[in-house]
Write a protein that binds this ligand. Structure first.
Ligand code: ZN
Length: 365
């Protein structure tokens, strides 16, 4: 069953630390899985991992599908005399969820040590502090040691990765909560696709790329697009649904209702970047959803970017792009929640899209 494969892969990927710039352990899982599909993974200098599934018609459009291996987190900024770590952020960290969060800290010796972000005891908290959010620079990470020397003996230094403690928990129905479903859930879908796509040939050549650095600066995706020069690209990534009490009515995507297609997204936080879905990609996606009987949710929002925000501008004529995702509640927090059925439907949808491409596909805007 595909859903079991996605469950198992998500569990393994979500419990493997891989801060942006430190994706190697996640990449080892990706490589192993590609090899088990009789594909030949290659990596590049940024750490991206690629496989090519050759098509039967060189005139059919070349499709690159990405999912990012990295996660957000921190690196050690400096170590206090008494052993507390001060951190610098990597990616879009939500500061309001951080105090008392369980973390892990990477050692140069290869392992990860458990730690907790400190918080002033409630008894000592002044009334005016109760409803404020502490900026990350004021926070400190407690490894349980008492001196800088002890920290250094563990192999932890300035620049060492600090990230949420890995977790993966099945709950009712087909739902799970975990660390980094964004985007290890996407990587699980990418690997599931590898298993399905190798079962038969199709006109288009398909590249599957597990990218690095998405949460940081999208650098992996840019290099992948320059390397592969695809005609079209899909980024598999999470999207926030609007079905919780705090977001109801602000949008129209829901957990458990299937894959999400972004018609428009924009960062809106200082970066002038975003994506209008390419009309040809939208047509291919809509017909694939109809052919496979998959519910497709449409989304337009401000507040995020993905790998295709940058891929679309690569190459001499740009790349036709589409963002496809699965709903993730509580995104970027230590405990993200998704429905495995949405991930399975997303895999089926993209497979149908890949199979439907040919030299006759209408690629006009
Ligand atoms: Zn993501």
């Amino acid at each position: 069953m595909m859903i079991d494969r996605i469950d198992n892969l998500s569990r393994e990927l979500c419990t493997t630390p891989g801060l942006a710039g430190h994706e190697q352990k996640v990449c080892e899982i990706v490589k192993r899985e590609f090899l088990s599909c009789n594909l030949e993974p290659v990596t590049d200098n940024t750490g991206n991992c690629y496989v090519k599934i050759e098509g039967t018609d060189p005139k059919a459009p070349v499709l690159m599908i990405t999912a990012h291996m990295d996660s957000l987190g921190f690196v050690v900024r400096f170590i206090e005399e008494d052993g507390f770590l001060r951190v610098e952020r990597v990616g879009g960290i939500p500061e309001k969820v951080l105090p008392a969060t369980e973390m892990v800290v990477g050692s140069r010796k290869g392992g990860y040590y458990p730690a907790v972000i400190g918080v002033k005891s409630h008894h000592q908290t002044e009334a005016n502090e109760k409803y404020t959010v502490d900026p990350y620079k004021s926070l400190y990470v407690d490894l349980g040691v008492s001196s800088r020397e002890e920290v250094e003996d563990l192999g932890i230094q300035i620049g060492s990765p600090v990230l949420y403690k890995p977790k993966y928990q099945k709950i009712e129905g087909s739902r799970v909560y975990a660390s980094w479903l964004d985007d290890r859930g996407g990587v699980a879908v990418l690997l599931d696709l590898a298993h399905e796509l190798v079962l038969h040939r199709r006109p288009s050549t398909i590249w599957l790329v597990a990218t690095v650095l998405e949460e940081f600066n999208f650098g992996g995706a840019k290099v992948a697009a320059k390397t592969i020069k695809p005609d079209m690209s899909i980024a598999i990534d999470g999207g926030s649904p609007y079905d919780t009490p705090d977001l109801k009515g602000e949008g129209f995507t829901f957990m458990g209702k299937g894959p999400v297609m972004d018609l428009y997204n924009f960062h809106g936080r200082g970066t002038l970047n975003g994506t209008f879905a390419h009309p040809a990609m939208v047509r291919v996606c809509e017909s694939a959803a109809e052919a496979a009987g998959i519910g497709l949710q449409r989304q337009a929002y401000v507040g995020g970017l993905t790998d295709v925000s940058n891929i679309q501008f690569e190459g001499s004529g740009g790349v036709m792009c589409l963002d496809l995702g699965f709903p993730i509640r509580y995104c970027h927090s230590p405990t993200e929640l998704s429905d495995l059925k949405d991930m399975e439907a997303l895999s089926l949808l993209i497979k149908q899209m890949a199979d439907s491409l040919s030299a006759q596909t209408d690629l006009s805007r």
